[in-house]
Design a protein around this ligand. Structure first.
Ligand SMILES: C[S@@+](CC[C@H](N)C(=O)[O-])C[C@H]1O[C@@H](n2cnc3c(N)ncnc32)[C@H](O)[C@@H]1O
Length: 480
């Protein structure tokens, strides 16, 4: 039985009334629902026995919690484990982000909302996912590489580092660090760390973050603000502050009545969206959408690469970036990606890596690269090992990998888990020597270098499954 702080109870009672507060506390004593979101570019079925999440195209509730860590399909980026309320970002994006956009997810680790945004953004968009905490930014990069979106950049910077960039983003998501009241059921540490003082620190930090990032949003651009907490200071009060102090219009979130989403609890007259666990199947989540004052002409592309600060240029006049390839990219490697009619790549060598950046975004990439700490961008095709270009894990995970370039070897479950643990792999005698793409149920897991009697395991060491234990009764996500 979870003990909730008395002051939290008193404040919540005041916010939502006695009856709702009691119902909420009862719901918090129940088990958390389990849900996953499918990668539309990798999955080819739906989870067996699942129920759809009404507000998210690819979201499903599962009837039990499988052993995700031991599921090769999880590591192949076929799905992401995400609590259902957080999937409501899908709703907002499909309603308001209808054309190719440059989006920033400012507080992105571990990557739940970023992987969702990558799937929901229209073709031709770019997603920049940022996380200030260094260790968390590594997890973010891992999850996004596994998701395989080629039009993505992962950075690790403080929001203040973005301020001088100027208005480069059409959409900014601020899923801000908060007091975490909505996570009480999932995370007992959130209960232990809760205090009224901390709520005060949180809303002030949130305002600092918003002030720092506001200049980076284009006039007329969209700010999606979310927290996983219930109190009004971090939610409605901050949204009112953004509208008033920074200059924005608050937009409605298109919810259906049957979903039982709660609106503004403070009596102020503007729309917000509250997911409360006693009414909606998921954890606590607050979401609001704002449009920055002003507008940008349709035919303007508000950045270019030359000479530092972005300038407005007319479409079609963008120039290629500075700092482009210093070493030639082998022609052969360009064929490692699919040749799709509507996609062009800027291939370049940076340090000992060969990258492919979507050509239309190479200018913006250079601009960001000169100012931010970039952990990952586009697709890393390969890494120079001596004289040899070794295909990179990012390529294996990419949804644009050209299947057919590398010989493939299909692994069974035990072999796949051994590979993900970075143990030695032995391939069938008929598998050719050299780089081989290892697959599980048809999905790429990574590369190995077959040297005949054994194969070198090229799975990234830092991502390997560390747990030596394998549950006796192993439940994995079933598919239909
Ligand atoms: C609610 S979590 C983000 C969850 C993520 N959006 C997702 O859906 O997977 C908030 C993130 O903000 C980061 N953070 C902490 N302090 C920050 C600060 N001062 N500025 C920006 N981000 C911060 C935390 O490390 C954390 O990863």
């Amino acid at each position: 039985m979870m003990n909730l702080p008395a002051e939290f109870m008193a404040r919540t009672r005041q916010l939502m009334g006695e009856e709702a507060c009691t119902a909420l506390c009862e719901a918090l004593q129940q088990e958390s629902p389990v849900s996953i979101r499918l990668n539309p570019l990798k999955s080819s079925g739906i989870p067996a026995g699942s129920k759809p999440v009404a507000w998210c195209r690819d979201g499903y509730y599962l009837s039990e919690r499988p052993a995700f860590t031991f599921d090769p399909l999880f590591h192949a980026g076929v799905y992401y484990v995400q609590e259902a309320a957080s999937m409501s970002l899908d709703l907002v994006m499909r309603r308001y982000v209808g054309r190719p956009s440059v989006m920033l997810d400012l507080c992105a680790a571990p990557g739940g909302k970023s992987t969702l945004a990558a799937a929901a953004l229209p073709q031709g968009s770019l997603l920049v996912s940022n996380e200030v905490m260094r260790n968390r930014s590594q997890v973010l990069a891992e999850n996004l590489v596994k998701w395989g979106n080629p039009a993505g950049i992962v950075t690790s910077n403080d929001p203040a580092d973005f301020t001088p960039l100027g208005p480069v983003f059409d959409v900014i998501l601020t899923d801000v660090p908060c007091s975490g009241e909505g996570m009480f059921r999932k995370d007992p540490v959130a209960v232990e760390e809760w205090s009224v003082d901390n709520v005060g620190l949180c809303w002030q930090r949130q305002q600092r973050i918003l002030r720092d990032i506001w200049p980076c949003l284009k006039p007329g651009g969209l700010l999606i603000y979310s927290t996983c907490t219930y109190n009004r200071e971090e939610n409605e009060d901050n949204v009112a502050w953004i509208a008033r102090e920074l200059g924005a219009e608050i937009l409605p979130v298109p919810v259906e009545e049957s979903w039982q989403i709660t609106g503004n609890l403070t009596g102020q007259d503007f729309p917000v969206c509250r997911f409360l666990p006693h009414k909606t199947c998921g954890e606590g989540l607050f979401l609001a959408v704002l449009r920055k004052e002003g507008s940008v002409e349709d035919d303007e592309v508000p950045f270019r690469t030359e000479g530092g600060k972005p300038e407005r240029t007319k479409k079609g006049k963008q120039k290629g970036g500075k700092g482009a390839a210093s070493l030639a990219v082998p022609e052969e490697m360009k064929g490692w990606l699919q040749a799709l009619a509507d996609e062009a790549w800027d291939f370049r060598v940076e340090d000992d890596r060969c990258l492919a950046i979507p050509q239309q975004w190479s200018g913006l990439y250079d601009y960001l690269r000169s100012r931010l700490r970039i952990l990952h961008a586009g697709v890393t095709l390969g890494e120079l090992k001596g004289r040899d270009w070794q295909p990179h894990h990012s390529l294996a995970m990419s949804t644009r990998l050209n299947r057919g370039v590398f010989p493939e070897a299909s692994l069974d479950y035990t072999q796949a888990v051994a590979y993900l643990r970075k143990e030695a792999v032995t391939l069938e005698p008929d598998v050719p020597r050299g780089y081989v793409l290892l697959t599980y149920q048809g999905h790429p897991l990574g590369f190995a270098k077959n040297i005949g009697n054994r194969a070198n395991n090229l799975y990234p060491a830092e991502w390997r499954i560390r747990s030596g234990y394998l549950p006796e009764e192993l439940r994995l996500v079933g598919w239909q």
